[in-house]
Design a protein around this ligand. Structure first.
Ligand SMILES: C[S@@+](CC[C@H](N)C(=O)[O-])C[C@H]1O[C@@H](n2cnc3c(N)ncnc32)[C@H](O)[C@@H]1O
Length: 271
């Protein structure tokens, strides 16, 4: 099929997508942008891509829909198991130790760029399993893809998507329903799914752990650095940051300390 975008259209769209979300399209993934915009043109029944550009510039809702359409939402339960081994064996014990004797006994986690919810549900199942009173937890799961957030909020996953969940967790935290599994309310109620654009929205506060895995990979270095600095301000002392195992803060000159545990590498706010 012929390309939709001319060189100047491509420049126009990549600029607005970058300005609005931090997501960077290079010439090597231009065809992805092309096919996703074709889909939007079909749905809006507009004849030319320039008409669609005018629409997104004048209609905030369509801008959100366009950004949603160009995101990549690939995820799965227990993605990169060593991260969760480090969470269970190192991160949570250190948080508990730090909170010991203090009045605040809640562990606060942010899954930033949570896609369809598999990551925050993985964290919730683990915390439900290992945290004992007086400790409790809450998770904020955010994304700019409204379609993905709706899937997470619903908490239904088809048989094909529950791969990776240990049998004991599946039996304890899910109900078998027609065609798949439904997350039980005791887990669902620990997560608040929220629209949040990492490029523009203010960070959260007083968090103990941030998971932002396989999100920064779509940003250029300047956008990555801005987000990582925002994460630093969102975290409590002695807290932790996870990024994807193929991502790195190397050379970025941030205040985070690189941490090598027996299970996986991650970052710490060590002040
Ligand atoms: C590949 S998924 C990663 C999901 C999960 N963190 C994981 O590692 O499995 C990347 C997610 O980042 C989200 N994303 C991209 N840019 C974003 C932004 N500026 N603000 C919030 N979320 C964003 C996308 O919508 C997508 O759902």
């Amino acid at each position: 099929m012929a390309d939709l975008l001319t060189d100047s259209d491509f420049d126009l769209f990549r600029k607005v997508i970058y300005d609005e979300s931090g997501i960077t399209f290079s010439s090597s993934n231009r065809s992805i942008l092309d096919s996703r915009l074709k889909e939007r043109l079909r749905e809006t029944q507009l004849p030319h891509v320039q008409d669609y550009y005018k629409l997104i510039m004048s209609d905030k809702e369509e801008m959100k829909t366009m950004l949603d359409a160009v995101t990549t939402n690939l995820t799965r339960f227990f993605r990169n198991q060593p991260h969760f081994d480090a969470f269970i064996n190192y991160v949570v014990p250190h948080i508990i130790q730090y909170k010991q004797g203090k009045p605040d006994t809640k562990v606060r986690v942010w899954s930033a760029g949570c896609s369809t919810g598999e990551e925050p549900y993985t964290i919730a199942m683990i915390l439900k399993d290992i945290l004992k009173p007086p400790y409790s937890f809450e998770i904020v799961a955010s994304d700019l893809s409204l379609k993905s957030l709706m899937v997470g909020q619903q908490g239904f996953y088809s048989d094909a998507r529950i791969v990776g969940i240990p049998d004991a967790y599946l039996a304890r935290f899910f109900t078998k329903v027609e065609g798949g599994y439904q997350v039980k309310d005791e887990i669902k109620n620990t997560i608040r799914f929220d629209y949040h654009n990492l490029k523009h929205d203010a960070g959260l506060r007083n968090l103990d752990v941030i998971f932002c895995r396989n999100v920064l990979i779509y940003f250029d270095e300047a956008a990555q650095k801005a987000v990582v600095n925002k994460f630093y301000d969102s975290l409590a002392p002695k807290s932790f940051l996870y990024i994807g195992h193929s991502e790195s803060l190397f050379g970025m000159n941030t205040k985070f300390e690189f941490l090598k545990t027996d299970w996986a590498t991650l970052y710490q706010k060590n002040e």
